[in-house]
Design a protein around this ligand. Structure first.
Ligand code: DTP
Length: 417
């Protein structure tokens, strides 16, 4: 076989090495290339202007992280055992986010299908992708889906793709920190990889790696509290959600002419949306729709779209959830200023999951071979407990200024308990 190698420069890992032409062909599928048009952090670029990096660059980074993890595990623990297992791990890393949609998490609230479901459908139903995966063997695509479903057939790969110590997080923390310009997300990636152990098919942390893991867990904690759940970003998400909701309602009622054809399927009968329909939408298509709606006849939709495009966002107020009397008074104030309360006042509770994630911690392998768990070994990790924060979002005009409505609103929102 002739020598094949592609080396891509990368701001996080310096180089991403592709030495398998089959992986290169996956990277070049239209489903993967579409990820160039989906930002990794959704609307966070409206808060951190550098956050323009895409799901594509992250997917390559996850692939590279997996490649490095595999090379370490192969040397130290003799795993993966064969080329198929290695290909499965690399393809799972590369493709794990291929089902993300525009403004990922926000779009999922309006069109409630989780991106992981789309990832699985793309693997099995997109002709180009399914054909490539079947080149390895007929079970390859279904095995990748099995990894995402955590069916236990490839337990080590499952853990490396989704767990407290997964290659997804290892890449996104570093990449998101670098692109937003914050310092919180940093940790020693090489050292963390060398702290991994493989025991009975399970990925564990060597006891000597506890401090490295602490740094990584704290990085995640700070990235959530300071970046991912930033109130301005959540407010931008709320705005996107309200735009899509208004557009959907107008369209269903036959009151909206300006609907790009690629969005129609999502507003008619959601259960009939095909993989082809889904792959046709990305952030460029959604922003095109927003541009169109900014000059549509409906004043609510046009104002909301214009606010998003020109970053006139809703103001976030951190406070307790309003009582029903407070909600009623806020709605009356919104109407007094000409704002439709259903689209201009919203509340959101953000959950900071801290350490324990989806019910499991990080298993630690002690030097004597006994097993423990990271929070048992680390006081810092033990101190991280889940938390929630409520935020109220409303137009700045309702809160700022010395007019009577703003004074009334301020007296409602700042007077608690
Ligand atoms: P995790 O394993 O951390 O729970 P996940 O939900 O499995 O993550 P995703 O790739 O969907 O994996 O989410 C993680 C990425 O999305 C990461 O880059 C952080 C970013 N992110 C998470 N929440 C938000 C948010 N509210 N706004 C913007 N970006 C977000």
């Amino acid at each position: 076989m002739s020598f094949f190698q592609k080396v891509l420069k990368d701001p996080v890992h310096d180089e991403i090495v592709v030495d398998d032409p089959w992986i290169w062909r996956i990277i070049n599928t239209s489903a993967m290339q579409r990820l160039r048009r989906i930002r990794q952090l959704g609307t966070s670029y409206l808060t951190f202007h550098g956050a323009e990096h895409s799901r594509f660059t992250h997917s390559l980074g996850v692939y590279e992280t997996m490649r490095r993890v595999l090379s370490y595990l192969e040397k130290e623990f003799g795993w993966p055992r064969d080329d198929r297992e290695r290909k499965l791990a690399l393809a799972a890393a590369l493709l794990h986010d291929v089902g993300h949609g525009p403004f990922s998490h926000t779009f999922e609230t309006v069109y409630p299908v989780h991106h992981e479901e789309w990832t699985k459908r793309i693997m099995l139903e997109d002709d180009e992708m399914a054909t490539l995966l079947a080149e390895i063997d007929d079970e390859f695509g279904p095995d990748l889906v099995g990894i995402l479903n955590k069916n236990g057939k490839h337990r080590t790969i499952e853990q490396l793709i989704t767990s407290q110590l997964d290659v997804d997080r290892m890449d996104y923390l570093l990449r998101d920190a670098m692109n937003t310009g914050v310092n919180y997300g940093r940790f020693e990636l090489g050292r963390l990889i060398r702290s991994l152990a493989l025991a009975d098919g399970s990925i564990m942390l060597k006891a000597s790696g506890v401090h490295t893991a602490e740094q990584y867990i704290l990085a995640r904690y700070f990235m959530y509290t300071q970046v991912y759940l930033h109130p301005v970003t959540i407010g931008s998400d709320v705005l996107v959600g309200n735009i899509l909701r208004r557009a959907g309602e107008l369209w269903s009622a036959g009151k909206l002419q300006d609907m790009p054809h690629f969005l129609k399927a999502f507003f008619v009968e959601q259960s009939t949306v095909s993989v082809k329909d889904y792959l046709a939408i990305d952030e460029s298509t959604l922003l095109y729709a927003f541009r169109m709606w900014a000059s549509t006849d409906d004043v609510v939709l046009s104002d909301l779209a214009e606010r998003f495009l020109n970053r006139r966002l809703l103001a976030p107020i951190v406070r307790a959830e309003p009582t029903s009397e407070e909600w009623a008074a806020l709605r009356t104030s919104a109407r007094a200023m000409g704002f439709h309360p259903e689209y201009y006042i919203s509340g959101r509770t953000s959950e900071i999951s801290a350490y324990v994630y989806r019910g499991s911690g990080i298993p630690v392998l002690r030097q004597d071979g006994s097993k423990s768990e990271l929070s048992m070994e680390s006081r810092i990790v033990r101190s991280l407990i889940p938390d929630t924060e409520y935020r109220l979002f409303l137009p700045k005009e309702m809160v700022e200024g010395d007019h009577a409505v703003a004074e009334r609103v301020r007296s409602i929102i700042y007077q608690e308990g």
